[in-house]
Design a protein around this ligand. Structure first.
Ligand SMILES: [Zn+2]
Ligand SMILES: [Zn+2]
Length: 133
């Protein structure tokens, strides 16, 4: 089964590489090694086999998209090659952490500010009804 895929542009590739490199902490290494021990070294999507130096092209995909969810039975893992992994969900799982963090930075303060303003208004009217600022 051949699928035509667009070549990754250089910038996207660099972003991916950086994201995957950053992900290479001890914990990530551990679950990757576990997954590599547990599953055959075959991309579960395209069926290509990886061995030797090419093994690093095989990555651990988290089925639920949550990198923190690493059950020891491997039920949340799927081995995918870099290309299929990219294809699987547009690489957003890996840079998704940053996107989420940025969203939190932009949305949480404004929500918190509004909540605080609301609370202050409530407190102001409940406790000091006559006081105005
Ligand atoms: Zn593949
Ligand atoms: Zn993934």
């Amino acid at each position: 089964m051949l699928r035509k895929r667009k070549p990754m542009d250089a910038q996207r590739k660099a972003t991916l590489k950086a994201a995957w490199k950053r992900e290479g902490d001890e914990k990530a290494k551990t679950y990757r090694e576990q997954a590599l021990k547990m599953f055959p070294h075959v991309c579960q999507r395209c069926g290509r086999e990886f061995s030797g130096a090419r093994l690093r092209e095989l990555t651990v995909h988290h089925k639920d998209g949550n990198h923190m969810n690493n059950p020891p039975d491997g039920s949340n893992w799927a081995l995918l090659c870099l290309y299929c992994h990219d294809d699987e969900h547009g690489a957003y799982e890996h840079i998704g952490v940053d996107i989420e963090a940025q969203q939190q930075l932009t949305t949480t303060p404004s929500l918190g500010f509004q909540a605080f303003e609301g609370l202050r208004a409530t407190l102001a009217s409940a406790e000091t009804p006559s006081e105005s600022e």
